[in-house]
Design a protein around this ligand. Structure first.
Ligand code: GLC
Ligand code: CA
Length: 556
């Protein structure tokens, strides 16, 4: 496998709205991020991915862009962005932007022009269809529930939106659209950003022609995800985009890739693939159902382990995955993957360590390094996220009581991860002196950055050590470029694997349960590199591990 700067990196995801508010209007902003660069440098990360900061009316918190080459008013100005970029570079930190090109906002100038008349120059920038028997052209449902088609009174036509109706899908079949997108990408790369995280990218190729698909929800609709599985030929667009933008700039590109074809990995993340990397979502999609969040079961440790190992095997010899336990679309990983009632410092450190040491590029989502947990939402009015509100209605329609529906959907809510970052235990966790746009997680009095920095045994210090270990060139052979080999895979609630380099063998073991268990070691211990407990009970070749104990061992 070729060596590369980004493979040796550790990425930190910032959700700008919730990171730090510098002017006290309750909304995080670019100057807030600037003020925290030293915090990030100290943690040890060297790349920041920021969720969208572009001009947006905020129907989907910035994922609905009305101007790609301008900054959202609430977040600041382009001058402040340039200053952020320069100040990050001074600290050896690169900036990766979010690239949202499956759709724009309906307030983007292209869409305004597109919908102005059937003959406007930009009409074909979006996907318009005639009504069929006075109704939607087909039964596709949007990802946020409801039809994927919206009627336009003026044009007397429907337009397609895979996400909210304020996020019309761009028509990638139109070469002028693609040219405009490449121009915009290159503009940002020329500015000095290191690359992009590419949003919902598998959605750009639709299945043509637009006939009905078998319904997967009670409302007779079929999720656009089904249609995407059947669409052919996306590689042509992806390669063209890469050749025209990322590759000439040697930029980093990580795809939000769902529903790729089983044999598509080499063309996506292989040496000549269109992206540097793609997220491994095998864990996040565990137990998801078409019917809705209210039917989703908790993930078991065995499921988690198998999903991780499955992904590692799939990518081995092909390319580098990007590993996460959470992001701005997911519940907090520690609340999602650790069995209910067992979430504690030890189990959180174990989960972080298990995920972190897998082969691939580790991402940390803001607050993960503090061990942030899901929010115990008390009322649906506390929730802002459109997808949670939609799923709540789906649950109500299925007959759940409001209490049951809230309990079910709040476990999966995107707002769990979107509550503001707690910096200290002062009012609003030091995030803002105003009123935060979304409630603070009430745990902020205990779980906050100030309570953990330089505190022996804290989650923050744990992550700092994990990062330092991965960035230590002495372990690069195994921890970055080495293969992942599952160990004692059959042993229940034990997740163990070796990272095997050319000259190094590192064993990672997590006892993924409350009870202690014994683990037979494969060889002599040279050094215990990390341990989330004080004890290391080795007797001959048997290691006695406490519940949720986690160790990283260099084998002799
Ligand atoms: C991606 C983003 C998500 C957004 C969606 C539509 O999945 O991560 O936050 O809602 O795309 O842009
Ligand atoms: Ca602000």
């Amino acid at each position: 496998m070729n060596k590369n700067w980004w493979k040796e990196s550790v990425v930190y995801q910032i959700y700008p709205r919730s990171f730090c508010d510098s002017n006290h209007d309750g909304i995080g902003d670019l100057n807030g991020i600037r003020g925290k660069l030293d915090y990030l440098k100290e943690l040890g990360i060297n790349v920041i991915w920021m969720s969208p900061v572009y001009k947006s009316p905020n129907d989907d918190n910035g994922y609905d862009i009305s101007d790609y080459q301008d900054i959202m008013d609430e977040f600041g100005t382009m001058e402040e962005f340039d200053a952020l970029l320069a100040e990050a570079h001074q600290r050896g930190i690169k900036i990766v932007m979010d690239l949202v090109v499956n759709h724009t906002s309906d307030e983007h100038a292209w869409f305004v022009e597109s919908r102005s008349s059937r003959t406007s120059e930009k009409h074909d920038y979006y996907i318009w269809r005639e009504a069929k028997d006075g109704k939607e052209p087909n039964n596709w449902g949007s990802c946020f529930s409801g039809s994927a088609w919206e009627w336009d009174e003026n044009l007397q036509m429907y337009y397609l939106h895979c996400f909210s109706k304020k996020q019309p899908d761009l028509n990638w079949e139109n070469p002028e659209v693609r040219e405009d997108i490449y121009k915009m990408i290159n503009w940002w790369l020329d500015k000095g950003v290191a690359g992009f995280r590419i949003d919902a990218i598998m959605n750009i190729k639709k299945k043509l022609p637009f006939y009905n698909l078998p319904a997967d929800r009670d409302d007779g609709m079929c999720s656009t995800a089904r249609m995407l599985e059947e669409a052919e030929g996306i590689e042509v667009f992806l390669n063209e985009m890469a050749d025209r933008t990322f590759k000439p700039h040697n930029a980093f590109a990580v795809g939000e890739v769902f529903n790729e074809k089983p044999d598509a990995l080499p063309s996506i993340i292989g040496e000549d693939g269109c992206f540097s990397s793609m997220f491994d979502f095998a864990e996040t999609i565990l137990n998801k159902t078409d019917a809705g969040w209210y039917t989703q079961e908790p993930v078991t440790p065995e499921q988690y382990k198998e999903a991780c190992f499955g992904s590692q095997k799939r990518a081995e010899g092909i390319g580098f995955l990007s590993n996460i336990i959470e992001n701005h679309d997911e519940p907090r990983g520690v609340s999602h993957y650790i069995p209910e009632g067992d979430c504690c410092d030890a189990s959180k450190k174990m989960l972080g360590g298990l995920n972190y040491m897998l082969k691939g590029l580790p991402f940390i989502y803001q607050g993960q390094e503090l061990g942030m947990e899901n929010v115990n939402f008390q009322d649906i009015s506390e929730i802002d996220d459109i997808s949670t509100l939609d799923e709540y209605n789906v649950a109500l329609a299925a007959g759940l009581s409001p209490e049951e529906a809230l309990k079910k959907v709040s476990h999966f809510s995107r707002d769990n991860a979107r509550t503001p970052m707690p910096w200290d235990d002062s009012e609003n966790g030091g995030f803002t002196k105003g009123t935060p746009w979304l409630m603070m997680n009430p745990t902020f009095k205990e779980i906050n950055a100030a309570a953990q920095i330089n505190v022996e045994g804290s989650m923050y210090e744990w992550y700092k050590k994990l990062i330092a270990l991965r960035k230590n060139p002495a372990y690069e052979d195994a921890l970055i470029y080495g293969e992942t080999i599952p160990y004692l895979r059959e042993q229940k609630n034990l997740m163990a694997y070796m990272r095997k380099g050319q000259n190094q063998n590192i064993l990672v073991i997590g006892n993924f349960q409350r009870d202690a268990q014994d683990v037979v070691l494969p060889g002599a211990v040279k050094e215990v590199l990390m341990n989330n407990m004080d004890c290391f009970a080795q007797n001959g070749n048997v290691l006695h591990m406490e519940g949720y104990q986690f160790v990283i061992i260099e084998l002799a």
